[in-house]
Write a protein that binds this ligand. Sequence first.
Ligand code: INI
Length: 178
Amino acid sequence: MSEKLQSSKIQGDLSAAGSRFGIVISRFNSFITDRLLAAATDALERGGADSKDVDVVHVPGAFELPLAAKKLAATGKYDALIAIGCVLRGETSHYDYVCSETARGLQLAQIDTGLPVIFCVLTCDTLEQAIDRAGLKGGNKGFEAGLAAMEMAQLSRKLRAPESKSATAASTGPRRRK
Ligand code: INI
C-alpha cells in the first residue's frame, strides 16, 4: 500500500515587523516614481514596518538602480530591497537598453548577494500606461512591491541555510532582531 506524500508549504508571511528595507528610486520620471514610492512605503508601514527601518536612496535614472542596490545589499543592513523606476519608450532604441540593463542588473544584484531585490520598474510605451500603474486603473505597482518585499524578507529567513544562520554577511541578510 502506498503512503500519501505529506508536502509542506513554505512561504513568507506578509509582515514587515522587525525587518529592515532599503528602497532605491530613480528621479527620472519622478511624477510616476514618487507615487510608486508612496505606495510601497504605505504597504510596508501597514505591514508593521517602523519608518526608521526604511531607507530611501535616490539615483538619477533606472540605469543607476542596480549599482545602488548592490551597494545597499553589501551593507548587510537590510532584509529586502525595492528598486523603483519608470522607463518610457522614446523615439530611439535607448529605451530598450535602459530596460534590459536595469532588469538584468537588478536580477544580478539579488542573485549575487542573496538579498531579495524587488523589481518595481515600470516599462511603458506611454505616460498614460505608467499613470494607470501608479495609482489609477492598474492599481499601484509600488504597493505590490511593498508586499513582495515583506514576503521575500520573511521567506529568506525561512530558507536560510543552517550554516549561514550565524553569518552576518550581506549575502544572508541581517539577523532578526528580538
Ligand atoms: N531613465 C529612466 O529612469 N527612465 C527613462 O524613461 C529614461 N529615458 O527614457 O531615457 C531614462 N534614462 C536615463 C538613464 O536611466 C540613465 O540615468 C542615464 O543614461 C545616465 O546613465
